[in-house]
Design a protein around this ligand. Structure first.
Ligand code: HSO
Ligand code: ZN
Length: 414
């Protein structure tokens, strides 16, 4: 373990050029470009990008019962949590002759990107799709790259089917982002693109932002555990490893008030790593970005956590709720010894799409708010307008916009 290291996220110029070229091609050539790039990058020639509904149903019928059971509980808990996020439109008629309000409307069509290969997490399908559905999005379109046989991950298909995805297309990479942003003959353009992807996908999302909305750009996973002398070194080590196994670039940090815990965790980590399937990734991640920080007291520990603003913050301390109010920057907070981070990844209900890389300072977890928009409305009676008209005219004059003033004047003179 070493000292805190900033993860480099500089982008090379040529990557950006590649991304722009693919996006332009998709915009200009539509489906033809999609098929061409799928052949180039995924090495498979497809006739049809769409996954038929029967294929989703078949995957569902074939799936292990234990997997279906896990999905069911997960879906229910995610739905319950996100339903609490729904907000109401409101109306204010407190002043005579005036009605003001705000209407909440769901986005009509949303695209969810699901990476291929090892990072195709069905749990992330649920976390991206369910809040959209709860918000009332009419059509959720999922895109995911095909494998060499032109197939998509079955576990992902099952999760998508159960979460209520409306259409799935076998397309990945920058070309998928382009298709969702601009639309092609077979894929309708969406209002927002969400979901994680590699650097190319992340950059493509940044480039199409403005034509469509996008979610935050997620970086490698992070966990910061605050442990006091009461923390169990086995639990702490397992949780640090659970995020380290995601990615060589993942960061796992322990901040502790106990010298003894720091020592025990160092020994325990070595022991547990040996038992893990992803030993190499974990070792690299912990070597490069793993840190143990010993601090004098809980006040200092919280200060460190707030400064880092981790994606996941575990409070493995005696009275975790005492400190909850002091946490200012964290994606999701896990309280006590029996609320480990993977509980949040799969089952508890809160979203696991969380701000990374210190962006918890200004970003929130993905949620229903990401799939709604608001319009405000205004009604004034003649008398109400008369009572404030002169002020509007004066304001418009200051801005040199007498046409604005006139729109009020013609009404006052009537
Ligand atoms: N911990 C990851 C999400 C995830 N874990 C998916 C397992 N599957 C980022 O929050
Ligand atoms: Zn995870």
């Amino acid at each position: 373990m070493n000292s805190l290291k900033k993860r480099d996220n500089e982008v090379q110029e040529h990557v950006l050029q590649d991304v722009d070229k693919i996006l332009m091609d998709v915009k200009n050539k539509g489906d033809a470009a999609l098929l061409e790039y799928t052949y180039k990058f995924d090495r498979v020639l497809l006739n049809d990008l769409k996954v038929p509904r029967e294929e989703m149903e078949r995957a569902y019928e074939k799936a292990d019962k234990s997997y279906i059971d896990a999905l069911k509980i997960s879906i229910e808990n995610i739905k319950d949590f996100h339903q609490k996020q729904l907000r109401n439109s409101w109306i204010d008629n407190g002043k005579t002759g005036i009605i003001l309000g705000q209407q909440i409307r769901p986005l009509k069509r949303v695209g969810v990107y699901v990476p291929g290969g090892k990072a195709a997490y069905p749990s992330s399908v649920l976390m991206n799709v369910i809040p959209a559905k709860v918000a009332g999005v009419e059509e959720v379109i999922m895109v995911t790259p095909p494998d060499r046989d032109g197939e998509v991950n079955e576990a992902v298909l099952v999760a998508a089917y159960m979460a209520g995805v409306d259409h799935i297309y076998k397309i990945g990479g920058v070309q998928a982002v382009g298709a969702l942003a601009y639309g092609t003959e077979s894929i309708e353009k969406v209002d927002k693109i969400v979901g994680p992807g590699n650097i190319y996908v992340a950059l493509a999302k940044k480039q199409v932002f403005g034509d469509v909305d996008i979610d935050m750009i997620a970086g490698p996973s992070e966990i910061l555990v605050i442990g006091d002398e009461s923390a169990n070194e086995k639990f702490v080590s397992a949780d640090l490893i659970s995020q380290a196994e995601h990615d060589e670039l993942a960061s796992s940090i322990l901040v502790t008030t106990s010298d003894e815990l720091a020592k025990k965790v160092q020994v325990e980590l070595k022991r547990q790593i040996e038992e893990r399937n992803r030993k190499e990734i974990i070792e690299k991640s912990l070597n490069d970005y793993g840190v143990i920080i010993v601090v004098e007291n809980m006040e200092k520990a919280i200060e460190v956590a707030n400064k880092i603003g981790p994606e996941h913050l575990e409070l493995m301390v005696k009275d975790p709720f005492v400190y909850l109010g002091q946490i200012k920057n964290a994606g999701s907070v896990f309280l006590g010894a029996y609320s480990p981070e993977p509980l949040g990844d799969y089952m508890a209900g809160p979203n696991h799409v969380l701000p990374t890389n210190g962006t918890a300072r200004f970003f929130s977890p993905l949620g229903v708010d990401d799939f709604i928009k608001k319009s405000s409305y205004i009604y004034y009676s003649k008398e109400a307008l008369e009572s404030i008209g002169e002020n509007i005219i004066n304001f418009a004059n200051v801005e040199g916009l007498d046409g604005h003033g006139n729109s009020i004047k013609v009404r006052l003179e009537e």
